[in-house]
Ligand binder design. Structure first.
Ligand code: UD1
Ligand code: UDP
Length: 370
């Protein structure tokens, strides 16, 4: 059984790692890996292969950056001949990035069966490019593996046949659990001179937050205020670096040194590797983010998370986890962060099936069904 697995952008790597590992244990499966190249910097892609023990890609499409249409079209154009040559029994895609949607559509039109891991999540906000990717991907897939109950409910509401839907848990948490011993040994706190539970972690990269100067300035002003009480570490996504550089010319809240950001209480650094990042988050006091994956990781690690968005496609992180979705208004962010810093950390219980075994379930089902 030949399965072509697709990765492209940073959040795909921690999702595919446990799936490939589980596939390699089955003699009846021949897994291939295609990297679209949507993300290409070592800090956004290359380093995760080694850290997560992902085999080298069998095929690299080297698509790179561009508009949504350009990126989607290039993945489709470059993937089609690969699928025609390899004739796989299945194409497996993860997450909700442009590479996910482009690969799913390409395979479906070649009449190849497609599996989507992390299906059914919906923010109900079509201004988010990922929401369109989620809807289109799920519409053409044959196997829909969901991480939480809302995924199942959303798909059923959309008229998907229940035989296609499988509640398997969260493969991202498989990676977190499988590498726990490794990230527990990270020296990143020493390197950054941080003390456990005495700092916050920030990540921002949603276009709705970082592409609009006024919104970004408001967020940076709120972060500056919070950092007076709790120092913040901010590994800056490449999309956000450009925006912060432009903002620094007109704002009091963003300062550049020679060529790096130097904001007083906010330590801006390059994106960090997965193991260092997990170590940073696990020992933090608070996380402020617009990332999808980080809402899930903080839920399992029991770290309070403020999601700086108007909605989430991962409601279980709010109902079962540590997540609060609070929008991007500076005064609210400052108020919510102050309130969280006033109460002690509470232990949390992971949502159903977020137990480190999701990839095994995915692969068992594929073997059974195919
Ligand atoms: C993409 C995904 C988003 C995901 C995020 C994870 C889509 C529509 N968006 O957003 O869902 O949450 O990845 O990080 O698929 N760049 C670099 N180096 C790289 C990659 C990108 O410098 O290795 C810069 C380029 O200037 C590029 C910009 O970042 O134009 C944005 O990259 P892109 O992949 O288009 O979108 P992301 O914002 O990364
Ligand atoms: N991450 C990382 N280093 C960083 C920031 C993030 O290793 O500096 C990891 C982390 O596991 C996170 C994942 O990358 O959950 C995906 O993050 P991203 O915010 O890029 O994507 P999203 O989950 O929002 O699609």
């Amino acid at each position: 059984m030949k399965i072509v697995n697709i990765v492209g952008a940073r959040p795909n790597f921690m999702k595919i790692a446990p799936i490939i590992k589980a596939m390699r244990k089955r003699p009846q499966i021949c897994p291939l890996l295609v990297h679209t190249g949507q993300h290409y910097d070592a800090s956004m892609a290359g380093r995760f292969f080694e850290e997560l023990d992902i085999p080298r890609p069998d095929v690299s499409l080297d698509v790179g950056s561009g508009s949504h249409a350009f990126q989607t079209a290039e993945v489709m154009k470059r993937l089609e001949p690969v699928l025609e040559r390899e004739k796989p029994d299945l194409v497996l895609v993860v997450g909700d990035v442009n590479s996910t949607m482009a690969a799913a559509v390409t395979a479906a039109k070649l009449k190849i069966k497609v599996a989507h891991v992390e299906a059914g999540l919906r923010s109900f906000d079509r201004d988010m490019p990922e929401e369109i990717n989620r809807i289109v991907t799920d519409a053409v897939c044959d196997f829909l593996f969901v991480t939480e109950e809302s995924g199942q409910t959303n798909l059923l509401h959309e008229g998907v046949c229940k035989d296609k839907i499988f509640f398997v848990g969260n493969v991202m948490i498989d990676s977190l659990e499988a590498s726990r011993k490794l990230w527990a040994q990270s020296r990143i706190l020493d390197t950054l001179n941080l003390r456990k539970s005495d700092y916050g972690v920030v990540t921002l990269h949603r276009p709705s937050n970082v592409d609009d100067m006024r919104t970004l300035e408001g967020l940076m002003s709120a972060l500056c205020t919070i950092s007076e009480r709790c120092p913040l570490v901010f590994p800056v996504h490449p999309r956000t670096i450009g925006a912060l550089k432009s903002l620094s010319r007109v704002s009091d809240h963003v300062h550049f040194g020679k060529d790096t950001l130097v904001n007083k209480g906010i330590r801006c650094i390059d994106p960090v590797g997965y193991l260092d990042f997990m170590a940073l988050v696990a020992s933090s006091r608070i996380v402020l983010t617009d990332s999808g994956g980080l809402q899930e990781e903080t839920t399992v690690l029991g770290i309070p998370c403020l999601t700086l968005r108007e909605n989430t496609e991962r409601p279980v992180t709010v109902t079962h986890g540590t997540n609060r979705v609070i929008g991007s208004t500076p005064s609210r962010i400052e108020k919510e962060a102050a309130a969280l810093l006033d109460i002690p950390l509470r232990p949390s219980i992971p949502p159903p099936l977020w137990d480190g075994q999701a990839a095994e379930r995915v692969v068992n089902i594929l073997v059974e069904q195919l």
